[in-house]
Design a protein around this ligand. Structure first.
Ligand SMILES: [Zn+2]
Ligand SMILES: [Zn+2]
Ligand SMILES: [Zn+2]
Ligand SMILES: [Zn+2]
Ligand SMILES: [Zn+2]
Length: 279
């Protein structure tokens, strides 16, 4: 039974120069991660562990053997480590040939290894060496909004700025609304003042009207009083008596004399010293 535990022949740079003692008795390939039994029979770690799962005896000595008995074979590893192998990414273009001792380290950072994009959500897979160019434009790479400092995937940045996702955009909007509100508030204050002034004016007008009304009433009364003392239009007043203000008098209207004992001095009256009928 052959287990694929050892180094692939195709990867050995100088396959012909390989010492036969370095080969695993199970897979016949150069021992990989060499381990040995208590009788110093050496195998690839994978090969012997797979074998022991079915049969707990050493394939070389036919003695009992459990996985716990196995220990690394330092000597075997030391020889194997010197061999040169090609990189596992040779088919992707890696031309490196390095010792088995350093192949793991090389492959871990080999630029020809296909790796997935490290940005969450991106399904791009590329040779590691080509990723730098992709990372610069990957939509899933995180970027920081210079305005509001929010971290977000590059692909969402335009939308972030266009819509009200950006804190700064929101702040600007808020500022303009606040300004509008201030203007409205000022308008409101002006309107309130105008209304107050108007009502004050109205009050003053009401007072003025009341005063006018009083004046009018007084005037009316005066006119009535005047009327009382004045003779009808066209009457000829004939006054008897010498009083300056209150005099006895008569007036003649429509051919008749009318008796009016208390006449006040008034314009337009003709003053006579005696009753015309007595003269
Ligand atoms: Zn093997
Ligand atoms: Zn053995
Ligand atoms: Zn490589
Ligand atoms: Zn990506
Ligand atoms: Zn922002």
């Amino acid at each position: 039974m052959v287990y694929p535990g050892g180094w692939d022949e195709d990867r050995l740079v100088d396959e012909g120069a390989v010492d036969e003692d370095l080969r695993c008795p199970i897979c016949q390939a150069v021992c990989r991660d060499a381990v040995m039994c208590q009788s110093e029979h050496v195998f690839c770690a994978t090969c012997i562990h797979t074998h022991l799962q079915r049969d707990e005896t050493c394939p070389m000595g036919r003695h009992e053997l459990r996985a716990d008995d196995l220990v690394p074979s330092r000597l075997m590893r030391k020889f194997v480590d010197k061999l040169q192998v090609t990189c596992e990414n040779k088919q992707n273009g890696c031309a490196s040939m390095v010792s088995i001792e350093t192949i793991d380290a090389h492959e871990r950072q080999c630029g020809y290894r296909i790796v997935p994009c490290p940005h969450q959500g991106c399904e791009e897979e590329k040779l590691r060496k080509d990723f730098e160019a992709h990372t610069d434009c990957c939509r899933f790479a995180m970027t920081r909004c210079p305005r509001c400092d929010l971290e977000l995937p590059r692909g969402e940045y335009d939308q972030h700025l266009a819509e009200i996702g950006c804190f700064q955009v929101v702040m600007r909007l808020l500022a303009s609304l606040t300004a509008d509100h201030t203007v409205l508030k000022e308008d409101h204050t002006v309107l309130k003042e105008e209304a107050l002034a108007a009502s004050k004016e109205a009050f003053a007008a009401k007072e003025a009207f009341a005063a006018l009304k009083e004046e009018l009433a007084a005037l009316k009364e005066e006119i009535a009083a005047e009327r009382r003392w004045n003779a009808p239009q066209g009457a000829v007043l004939l006054v008897q008596g010498a009083g300056e203000d209150d005099i006895n008098g008569y007036y003649k209207a429509n051919g008749e004399y009318n008796d009016r004992p208390q006449y006040r001095k008034a314009s337009g009256f003709r003053r006579v010293d005696s009753h015309p009928d007595n003269t």
